[in-house]
Design a protein around this ligand. Structure first.
Ligand code: ATP
Length: 252
């Protein structure tokens, strides 16, 4: 059960996000390690001022273009994402015309069932990567995370994999996919390996993506391609680190 956090609390928003994750844990959606990963994310969110900064906006815009130009875009989600923004990711899937695929680091039948039930309760029509969905294995990975849906990630050219770990990101890139990630830590292996890294909190990114894609649907192709060509992920990650450095200097 979610605990009510009063608006007057100075860290109300952060605590509400945390409550959603605890609730997800209680429902069997989130693994113990997912709680720890969230704590790592919270730390970096503090450092970027818990706001969508310009480097995140730029990466988000480019990610939207990449999804719009993709042949087979797929949105991958894990227990943390499903707990933090289920309605928002379903909406993004509709607007981007991209199927949702569940990808679990700690894959158990119970967690799969809980996630499917949770996503269906939030209105998801179809979720790939679960139960009887036809799956195949990507060679580059050892663990159960090598399992992907034949109708989803296997045939995808662009994969949105927020809050992902480094091994899987590397494997997806090695198997020829274009990878977009959301990761509050600009230094993580995932952040460094992905083609587009959005250094922001997933709860802010996903609604912003939906809004941007709606606007971009009217953009001419030329403009979309220009946005894509002008983006440099390495430089953008440097901008995120530079922002953190400046902020710490100012605060110290
Ligand atoms: P890597 O293997 O890529 O080096 P890692 O070992 O930190 O990274 P995980 O423990 O799987 O990978 O953590 C996932 C990442 O997600 C972390 O870098 C964390 O900062 C980030 N993260 C956690 N919560 C959020 C959130 N709400 N929004 C965005 N990023 C988040």
């Amino acid at each position: 059960m979610l605990i009510e956090v009063p608006d007057s609390h100075p860290r109300a928003q952060s605590l509400r996000i945390r409550e959603k994750l605890i609730d997800g844990f209680d429902k069997g959606l989130v693994a113990k390690a997912g709680l720890i990963a969230h704590g790592r994310g919270e730390c970096f969110d503090y450092l970027i001022g818990e706001k969508t900064q310009i480097f995140a906006e730029n990466a988000t815009e480019t990610a939207c273009v990449m999804l719009l130009l993709a042949q087979h875009p797929v949105l991958s989600l894990n227990g943390n994402v499903a707990s933090l923004c289920p309605d928002e990711i379903i909406e993004l899937g509709k607007v981007a015309e991209a199927p949702l695929e569940i990808n679990l680091f700690y894959r158990t039948k119970e967690r799969e069932d809980a996630l499917l039930k949770h996503m269906q309760e939030h209105g998801a029509q179809k979720v790939l990567g679960l139960g009887n969905d036809e799956t195949v294995q990507i060679e580059e990975l050892q663990s159960k995370r090598r399992i992907v849906s034949k109708r989803g990630i296997f045939i995808a050219d662009v994969v949105f994999v927020p809050l992902e770990d480094g091994d899987r990101t590397e494997a997806l890139v090695a198997s020829g996919k274009k990878v977009i990630t959301v990761d509050l830590n600009p230094l993580s292996r995932t952040a460094q390996k992905a083609q587009i890294t959005i250094v922001d909190n997933i709860v802010r990114t996903v609604p912003l993506m939906t809004q941007m894609i709606k606007e971009m649907k009217n953009y001419p192709q030329k403009k979309l391609r220009e946005i894509l060509t002008n983006f440099d992920n390495k430089k953008n990650l440097q901008a995120a680190l530079h922002f953190i450095l400046q902020r710490l200097k100012e605060l110290s």
